[in-house]
Design a protein around this ligand. Structure first.
Ligand SMILES: [Zn+2]
Length: 271
């Protein structure tokens, strides 16, 4: 228990009722040192793109060591099980696994520390990374669609550590007195930030965004980040679309995150 309840008020905002309980506590809440707000687009070509135009390079720690890991694992499988040489080979595999893990955590920590120290509010898409990294194969009754495209995407997602990135951002922002706003992810990379026109054809390639209606041009990931930030302001103004808690929007992966695999582009086109 942090403090004693002093005051309970009930208020109405945006058509919903809220009860707020005022409490007294000895600890002063931290005040963020920065007043800047930012939107973040998570991606594969870049781990994170910020709405100010800067970006964090991709992690790819697993991919980078994949060949070596496979070689070590093959070497291990050729040894007589539980022999001295097998144990030696096993230690090599484990050491490489540990190195991959360390490099990854270190990289993510550096990125999330910098972002949380320099911003008062960070908006991010609700990517439901756990849903997305479920098996893409489906079951016997309901075989998965675009299996190859999705499993490639899943591998990249796991490699990028989006879920861990968001977790770290959240607690570091809480420490610093900032706030993380999670926004609904639909069409953030296909919507024009200037005129709100939505089309899959706005995004001509992985990196290029050009609005068919007003001609607005920018890097596609920056467009995503700008839309996330704008959506973040709407979310805090009026609790739009129940982002964050409660109502989870269930959509197929291709419309959850519009990474422009060909399959995703086609699906979005036909949607
Ligand atoms: Zn436009």
């Amino acid at each position: 228990m942090l403090g004693e309840a002093k005051n309970i008020t009930v208020s109405e905002s945006c058509g919903r009722w809220y009860a707020s309980i005022q409490t007294e506590r000895a600890v002063e809440a931290p005040v963020p040192s920065s007043t800047r707000d930012v939107g973040i687009d998570l991606g594969i070509a870049r781990l994170a793109t910020l709405s100010d135009g800067s970006h964090v390079a991709p992690l790819d720690s697993y991919r980078k060591h994949e060949t070596r890991l496979r070689r070590y694992q093959r070497a291990m499988s050729r040894k007589v099980k539980f022999s001295h040489n097998w144990h030696k080979a096993k230690r090599r595999v484990q050491a490489l696994h540990a190195r991959i893990g360390h490099a990854r955590r270190d990289y993510l920590h550096k990125a999330t520390t910098t972002i949380s120290q320099n911003h008062a509010m960070v908006c991010i898409e609700d990517l439901q990374v756990r849903n997305m990294s479920k098996s893409s194969k489906g079951s016997a009754e309901t075989p998965g669609r675009n299996v190859r495209a999705k499993s490639g995407l899943n591998k990249a997602i796991l490699d990028q550590g989006w879920f861990e990135f968001r977790r770290q951002l959240e607690y570091k922002l809480n420490w610093a007195g900032g706030r993380l706003v999670v926004v609904p992810p639909h069409y953030t990379s296909l919507t024009c930030p200037a005129c709100d026109y939505v089309s899959a054809r706005n995004r001509t390639s992985q990196a290029k965004f050009k609005c068919l209606q007003c001609g607005y041009e920018n890097h596609a990931d920056v467009v995503g980040a700008l839309n996330v930030l704008a959506r973040g302001y709407r979310v805090i103004a009026c609790g739009e679309e129940g982002a964050g808690s409660g109502q989870k929007t269930r959509t197929k992966p291709s419309s959850v995150k519009q990474e422009p695999t060909e399959a995703a582009m086609r699906e979005a086109d036909h949607a």
